[in-house]
Write a protein that binds this ligand. Structure first.
Ligand code: GLU
Length: 489
């Protein structure tokens, strides 16, 4: 492993809804960098927009990260189902840190880097309309910056509602290097005087995350590219507070297949939906890691440990990454095949049991599971794929008769008889795939039949279905008695 400086990273979602797949990718990249450098991965909850906070979403965020195997070293976590916090630099929930934000905001005002603004929403609306009509970018016109000290003191004493705004240095060019985008340059006068403290006493994201990333000793901020345009404000804030800014990496957008921004309209964006659908966390992590990052080699299958080893920000692309579910399914297939038979059986058993309680005490469950491990994608599909073992319905004529395979209503009874007489000649003790195959092949030759004729008939009669694992495998797994019973019924 490369020797890298220890890095503390954080994932800082707002609990405004269930965790999206894009959020999991951000968390994953932050986790990989922390683990790669033997550093810490933090979870901070950014709940300063109280009106938009949705109950239950913190639990959803933590459970989803934990399902993905992204263990939190510090910050908000769950203990016995209740939200709790671990770590020395907390609290890690922004609504519990209001005093700290206020203290730093006051300091910014005292040092002349921030100022109170008493403009009403109506005035601001009016101002924006005028700017838009004049084809100017909407920006606060600094009316309140012109207020005298006395006016400000008087208004505050009178309890007038106000916010605090950052005073952007207009004369300055702000330069910075983003880990993914390279060098960037921002002109101070083009950047709005951001609201830092709202009139309800809550900070905005801009102030809160700067304060938190400083006090939580974050080395690298990994976040979505929607924050890139706010970066100059954040850099100015760090400097104004006398702190060293962390490094920043802004991740590319996730896109639908048609290259529009990933949206619910075109598929599931809630990460938990993928767990519910039966995707494996290994497949999900592997898939998300490759959304925007490439290893620079042909390797496509990565375990979490392999990702920790291989991941680097310099191989993250700037362009949006297409969320291609076919790729996810392919990776899922690969991860399903990598499971040992017992792991696989254990994972599918709950889904099968849900429909067929008999699967619970089925001593032969693994043998049945083996029949589908090579073919299935999503775990819940196992119930349908193995259903014929637990609830048998003989095939309809539509399924049984198959002209292409040479099974017709004129020869089907003869085929059935050939199957019964050849298989019943086989002793129960000798009932294994090899011997089943051998007696059937002999019967085929003796009766001058085509392979498809006999095998289709056998498979259809044993499973009742047009699609299932192969005839020999099914007959072997069912055993002699059940096989003959189904053939005769
Ligand atoms: N709370 C912000 C969000 O959910 C976090 C951005 C960041 O990671 O700094 O978008």
């Amino acid at each position: 492993m490369r020797m890298l400086r220890i890095m503390r990273t954080r994932f800082a979602p707002s609990p405004t809804g269930v965790l999206h797949v894009g959020g999991v990718r951000t968390a994953l990249y932050a986790y990989l960098l922390a683990k790669q450098t033997k550093g810490q991965f933090l979870l901070r909850i950014e709940d300063t927009d109280q009106a938009r906070s949705v109950p239950g979403t913190v639990e959803n965020i933590i459970n989803t990260l934990s399902w993905c195997g992204l263990t939190i070293d510090e910050g908000v976590t769950l203990r016995d189902g209740s939200i709790t916090e671990i770590g020395k630099l907390g609290p890690y929930t922004q609504s519990k840190r209001l005093d700290l934000y206020k203290k730093n905001a006051d300091q910014l005002v005292a040092s002349g880097h921030a100022y109170p603004c008493f403009c009403t929403p109506e005035r601001l609306d009016e101002m924006r309309k005028i700017q838009q009509a004049a084809k100017q970018a909407p920006m606060y016109d600094r009316q309140c910056l012109k207020l005298s000290k006395e006016d400000v003191a008087q208004k505050i004493a009178a309890g007038e509602k106000h916010v605090l705004r950052l005073k952007m240095p207009h004369e300055e060019k702000i330069t910075f290097t983003d880990e993914i985008r390279g060098s960037l340059e921002f002109m101070g006068h083009l950047i709005d005087d951001q609201v830092l403290m709202k009139s309800d006493g809550f900070p905005t994201y801009h102030l809160a995350h700067v304060v938190d990333d400083h006090f939580m000793e974050i080395d690298m901020v990994i976040r979505g590219e929607e924050w890139l345009s706010s970066l100059p404000k954040h850099l100015v804030l760090f400097r104004a507070l006398g702190w060293k800014a962390p490094r920043y990496a802004h991740l590319p957008l996730l896109l639908n297949l048609d290259r529009t921004k990933l949206s619910k309209r075109q598929g599931d964006v809630a990460a938990d939906e993928y767990r519910q659908k039966g995707y494996l966390p290994e497949a999900m992590i592997n898939f998300l890691a490759l959304l925007g990052w490439n290893p620079g080699t042909e390797q496509e299958i990565f375990s979490c440990n392999e990702l920790i080893e291989a991941f680097s920000l310099d191989r993250v692309q700037k362009a949006g990454a297409v969320f291609d579910l076919q790729k996810l399914d392919w990776l899922q297939g690969q991860w399903i095949r990598k499971l040992s038979l017992s792991e696989f059986a254990e994972k599918i058993q709950p889904f099968v049991m849900e429909k067929f309680p008999a699967a619970l005490n089925d001593a032969d469950f693994e043998r049945k599971a083996l029949l589908i491990q090579e073919r299935m994608i999503l775990l819940p599909e196992a119930a349908e794929m193995l259903s014929f073992f637990y609830a048998f319905t003989p095939p309809t004529a539509d399924v049984l008769l198959n002209a292409k395979q040479g099974v017709t209503k004129d020869n089907v009874n003869m085929l059935k008889e050939v199957l019964v007489s050849s298989l019943s000649s086989l002793d129960a003790k000798k009932w294994n795939q090899e011997s089943v195959e051998k007696v059937l092949m002999d019967a085929l030759e003796k009766n001058d039949l085509k392979k498809g004729q006999l095998l289709w008939t056998l498979r259809a009669l044993l499973t009742g279905k047009a699609f299932s694992p192969g005839a020999f495998e099914v007959a072997t797994a069912l055993g002699r008695e059940e096989t003959l019973k189904r053939l005769i019924s």
